[in-house]
Design a protein around this ligand. Sequence first.
Ligand code: SF4
Length: 420
Amino acid sequence: MNPIDVSKYRKVPAQKGFWDGSDESLKNKIRILPTRKLILRLELMEKAGLYVHIPFCKRKCTYCNFHFSTRLETKPDLLTALKQEMVQRSPEASPYEIGTLYFGGGTPGMLQAEELSSLMETLRTHYRFAADPEITLEANPDDVNPESLEFWHRLGINRLSIGIQSLNDEVLRWMNRPHNADQSRAALRMIVDSGWHDFTCDLIYGIPGCSDEEWLAQLSWLTGSGVPHLSCYALTVEPHTALHHQIHRKGKMVMDDDLQARQMLLMLGFLQKQGYEAYEISNFCLPGRRSMHNSSYWEGRPYLGFGPSAHSFDGRQKRRWNLAHNPGYIKAIRDNEIYWEEEQLSPRDLYNEYVMLQLRRSEGLDLRSIQNLFPSFYHLAEPILMQYCASGHLVVQDNRFVLTPQGKLLCDRISMECFA
Ligand code: SF4
């Protein structure tokens, strides 16, 4: 799945300039004598992330509302435009070292070797990468084979995100996925056997007709296979999807909230027993295996997004998003026209997103940070958090409010009640 979907969560307090996810600003740390300051600046150079949106897929999955097209004839022109955008916007990244790069979509795993190689070359030529960047590529199980694994590795990709979604063939057919469960199992075995250290699987739960036992069996197979990271999402009905049509027009399927809640709680308990850390409400990993790229979104770090529909954030207050239309994007870049929109986030926006994002993380929400960063909104959050603490949906750990398993079921509601 496309991590850029976190756009609605992207946030960062502006009052103190750069904020690194801790209570103390990195910039404050380097207010030192000039020579030492220069050295520390080099050592502590602020990191940014890059996101590249590849807006093509083999098929349209039933539930998906990301931006993509199955019309591949525009691919050569789109890749040319994408490289132009990368070059044009490189000055925006000049203060930063690139700590993470993420190829999402869409299905970047379906790019030909020379196409991906050319994108990487453009980025390496025009951006300053950190010594050990995390470079992730999204792929579907049917994209994985010994040749692609070897090629991705040679190109410097060091993390794979595999769209498994389900290990039930009937469900996969209903989802219109381009692979079956055996292909998924074979792809994961190949990844493990080829020595990949970092990879993650996307899964969907709360699917009507998929029992609790089956959900646990899927998790059991995946954790038993040594998958170090999982992203698990409840099935949601997004507008303009085939699923939305099936439910609202044809009445073919009925969503089951109780099933979703039950399977979420089963998942939390099971993965905890297997030693996975629930470091974000939908993300689980073995110790030390968090996704750096996604974490940087949640920590409010700057990132540049390239390609149709990709979002960017300056790490302070400005968010921008590209046109979500392949031919329109190509034409605008070719004709030197504007192909994006942008907004300045207000203190209220920043506060709301801060609450929403931090509550989803295992570190929880620190009231003192709200007091420091958003003093005028402190009075809104405090009574709500205390109330949910009393009801057992939050606990206080190290002065931070952390969701309990039951609280995770109400995460959105708790955030919204704290909103300004
Ligand atoms: S592969 Fe399916 S879920 Fe992934 S972006 Fe394409 S349509 Fe969406």
